[in-house]
Write a protein that binds this ligand. Structure first.
Ligand code: PMP
Length: 404
């Protein structure tokens, strides 16, 4: 097990103050913090390698291209994709989902069915609604229960020969529930449907093996994994990526262009039009190296300890309710104080230097299910500590006293 005091030294931001108090950063599900090792890679890129890639004959362009493509190999190895060209650089999870949704416009017809889950982030709902509008396909929803878990039996009854696609997140950003995606993938494949898994919230906590899962598409954002914003990847099985038409047209994604007809580049470039976030891709590779050096087993075990500690402490506060009580969850606690708006709790916590997220967490259907306007969400990362949780708990008690 790693020593958290040593880990914290890697994150310069953790030693800053907010409102005159040491920062307690518990908004990791929104975005993670960046270690010096990744910051150094970004500084080094702009100091020594900045050039456009895949185009120049000059040395700088070649060096930048090599670093960018090496990072793709790192990402491939991390997710255990069979081929590097199955890793498509994107600007993040939202971009990856939209790329696939757009591609399926060409493959779906009226009467086809697509299934999403009640636990989705808006970015895994809205693109599919738009896809249904374009194609005449119907959207079905896997219901959830009071523990914030998906009703898997109900999912199985939704599946039929018309089901073409299933979309589900690996871990819910609003509640932290870990969904049984291996079972969902297996069942969806039995009726010939493709499965896209939104891995935005799982990739910071576990190391998914896309081949073992047999998942068709898996999407992630670097900024949830100690990397920079504005970059992510879409993993797609080679066969599927070959079937989907390109998402955007432009430079880089072509084989040959004439005014009569354009042919497209091979994978992965077919989906990578325009100048990409070169530095971001390289830094994403560095972030993956960093997280692997810490170790995903150690991260999961330590975060579980934090989750248990915080859950027990928070539940000692009378009138505090936690939403998402599955036994299978990551280090996310969504809660409310009876009769108090989450925004007011969040504002008081901020005055104490504690950063939490308040609101619907881009998952309005979940809030509607619980009939609440939103929650206070504390989400922990491997660089957080139990003493920071004590500060949160004292802050929540103080908020309760001030606002009751
Ligand atoms: N899906 C889930 C489950 C998320 O938590 C998020 C980010 N909050 C997204 C999708 C969207 O990610 P991004 O904004 O990086 O595209």
């Amino acid at each position: 097990m790693f020593k958290v005091e040593n880990i914290r030294k890697d994150f310069p931001i953790l030693s800053r103050q907010v409102n005159g108090k040491p920062l307690v950063y518990f908004d990791n599900a929104a975005t993670s913090q960046t270690p010096q090792q990744v910051i150094d890679v970004i500084v080094n890129y702009y100091s020594n390698y900045n050039a456009n890639i895949h185009r120049g004959v000059h040395a700088l362009s070649q060096e930048a291209t090599d670093l960018y493509e090496q990072a793709r190999y790192k990402i491939q190895a991390h997710f255990n994709a069979k081929h590097a060209h199955e890793i498509i650089y994107t600007s993040g999870t939202t971009h990856g989902i939209n790329l696939v949704a757009n591609g399926f416009s060409a493959l779906l017809k009226k009467g086809d069915e697509i299934i999403v889950s009640a636990l989705e982030h808006h970015s895994n709902i809205v693109p599919w609604q738009m896809l249904c509008e374009r194609t005449g396909a119907n959207l079905k929803v896997i219901p959830m229960n009071q523990n914030g878990e998906l009703e898997i039996k109900a999912f199985e009854t939704l599946l039929n020969q018309n089901t073409k696609l299933v979309f589900v997140n690996h871990i819910s950003n609003a509640l932290g529930t870990i969904n049984p995606i291996d079972h969902i993938i297996k069942k969806a494949h039995e009726v010939g449907a493709a499965v896209l898994v939104d891995g935005a919230q799982s990739s910071p906590h576990i190391k998914p093996d896309v081949q073992a899962l047999d998942v068709d598409f898996y999407v992630v954002s670097a900024h949830k994994m100690c990397g920079p914003t504005g970059v992510g990847v879409l993993y797609g099985k080679e066969d599927w990526l070959n079937k989907l038409p390109p998402y955007q047209g432009g430079g880089e994604m072509i084989a040959e262009v004439t005014f009569e007809k354009t042919t497209y580049a091979a994978l992965p470039h077919k989906f990578e039009a325009g100048t990409p976030n070169i530095c971001g891709g390289i830094a994403f590779g560095a972030a993956i190296d960093y997280m692997n050096a810490v170790g995903f087993d150690a991260i999961a075990a330590y975060e579980h300890e934090l989750l248990e500690y915080a859950t027990n402490k928070l539940l000692e506060i009378e009138g505090l309710k936690i939403y998402g009580t599955s036994r299978h969850k990551t280090s996310v606690i969504s809660f409310n104080l009876e009769g108090i708006h989450p925004y007011d709790v969040g504002t008081i916590l901020d005055k104490l230097g504690v950063a939490v997220r308040t609101g619907h967490h881009c998952a309005q259907p979940i809030m509607d299910y619980f009939k609440i306007p939103g929650t206070v969400r504390a989400s922990f990362a491997f660089y957080n500590t139990k003493s920071e949780i004590d500060i949160l708990v004292e802050g929540v008690k103080k908020a309760k006293m001030m606002l009751s």
